[in-house]
Write a protein that binds this ligand. Structure first.
Ligand code: IMP
Length: 422
């Protein structure tokens, strides 16, 4: 039996905290897409940890953590992350499993990301510059390297062949790559060797065996549904499928094994990088949300763009992934506002096409509903019925609009600040 946990907006919904909260009831946590562009923040015993590629169950004893075939791995960054996580007390050696089919981010992929973004000028995607897109391009172009290839005596040859192609692209961009490539290459080969000391498996069989044995699996997504390669605000998207279907291909999982899809959303919206954001607030309320919500990238430190909750976009994400239950994050950030808005629709868009083909900011005007705010500090509350009436009204409205129950409300980073709604 597999449950899927996804972000329903533009990423940074707080999947790390929730995955950590939920993992004690799972035997396996499996990451199915993305790479070190993700940053999942967890707070363990009052200490903050950021995971980029390692699944969020790593701090739990007896939890198997699988990096799936759909993930792209930067050996240098994964090695550093493993060392940091071991130093923080997690038994990574026994708990981490890596799919042999996961593709490798080469040093030249990182540089290609930088070269491509530079060449795009004002149209840049705002990539995290971790080499994600060039690596997935080589995967679909059938010239990528997988971590299992490191066992081959021809590994160096495969690497050189891939690099030669990349060098021709650097020449096209007139991009100065040599110094940085030389700096990274030896570290990269050392890190690949280091990762060979960890358990590398044929993950589809490994996962299937655990499912057949009746183990409980949590498939963990990264980024958010609106950054999905096919359904996000293309081209301002990431390079993998972040919706629930991505769990099937990113793990070798048959759809019939999925029991439940849980979607996480923030009580407002944020986005990093470029691209349309219809409910964006470029005013003091936007600044209030950014400052109070600590809305700065966990991976890049970039300030996040902030805005009101966008229901057409949320309902679209729910539809794409067949979300069964919702988790609302960071509701405490809204405390202190006199009124709160949420976009109910976009002007001129029919019900059938709530999210138009191209949601460029200038062509989409949100229609808002205004809600009464609340002044109480809800971060100290522990029961649903303690919450202010105006907040409970806001929750009931969202549930009715989305036709999906909100099961958990998070009101702060700590595990304790998590209210389960019956
Ligand atoms: P890339 O995935 O690094 O190529 O970046 C593509 C777009 O996705 C950019 O707008 C990034 O800011 C965004 N992005 C990638 N990973 C994350 C994430 O984990 N959280 C939020 N945004 C992300």
């Amino acid at each position: 039996m597999v449950d899927v946990l996804l972000g329903l907006q533009w990423g940074d919904e707080g999947k790390g905290k929730i995955a950590d909260f939920l993992t004690p009831s799972y035997d396996v946590v499996a990451r199915f897409q993305g790479g070190p562009n993700a940053g999942h923040s967890l707070e363990i015993n009052g200490k903050k940890h950021v995971l980029n590629t390692i699944p969020s169950g790593i701090f739990h004893e007896n939890c198997i953590n699988l990096i799936g075939n759909g993930v792209v791995i930067d050996p240098i960054l994964l090695r550093a992350e493993i060392e940091k996580t071991i130093a923080a007390g997690a038994d990574v050696r026994s708990r981490l499993y890596i799919s042999k089919k996961a593709h490798l981010i080469l040093p030249s992929h990182r540089l290609l990301d930088a070269a491509s973004e530079k060449a795009k000028g004002d149209d840049k995607i705002g990539s995290t510059l971790r080499g994600i897109s060039p690596t997935y391009q080589d995967k679909t172009g059938r010239s990528g390297l997988r971590i299992g290839d490191a066992d081959s005596p021809d590994f160096k040859k495969l690497y050189t062949k891939a690099l030669e192609k990349h060098i021709s692209v650097f020449r096209y961009y007139a991009f100065d790559y040599q110094e940085e490539l030389t700096r990274l290459e030896s570290q990269w080969f050392e890190a690949v060797e280091y990762l060979r000391g960890f358990k590398q498996v044929n993950s589809e069989f490994f996962l299937h065996r655990h499912i057949t044995e009746g183990k409980k699996v949590l498939a963990e997504g990264a980024q958010g549904s609106l950054l999905d390669l096919d359904f996000g605000s293309y081209p301002y998207v990431t390079s993998s499928n972040t919706i629930s279907g991505g769990a099937c291909v990113g793990l070798g999982l048959a759809p019939k094994h999925i029991r439940k899809v849980t979607g996480i959303f923030k009580a407002y919206c944020t986005r990093v990088g470029s691209g349309p954001f219809p409910t964006e607030l470029n005013d003091e309320t936007g600044e209030f949300l950014r400052t109070k919500g600590h809305e700065f990238g966990a991976t890049t430190g970039r300030p996040r763009r902030t805005g009101w909750l966008d229901l057409p976009a949320l309902k679209y994400a729910i539809m794409l992934s067949g979300v069964d239950e919702l988790i609302m994050m960071k509701a405490d950030v809204l405390s202190g506002l006199d009124t709160i808005n949420a976009a109910l629709s976009y002007e001129g868009c029919s019900d059938e096409e709530q999210c138009p083909f191209n949601i460029q900011g200038t062509t989409v005007t949100p229609v808002y509903k205004e809600f009464a705010g609340w002044q109480e500090d809800i971060s100290v509350m522990r029961q649903y019925n303690e919450l202010p009436e105006s907040f409970r009204n806001y929750i009931s409205f969202m549930e009715a609009e989305c036709a999906v129950p909100i099961r958990i409300i998070s009101i702060g980073p700590d595990r304790e600040q998590t209210i389960q709604k019956k």
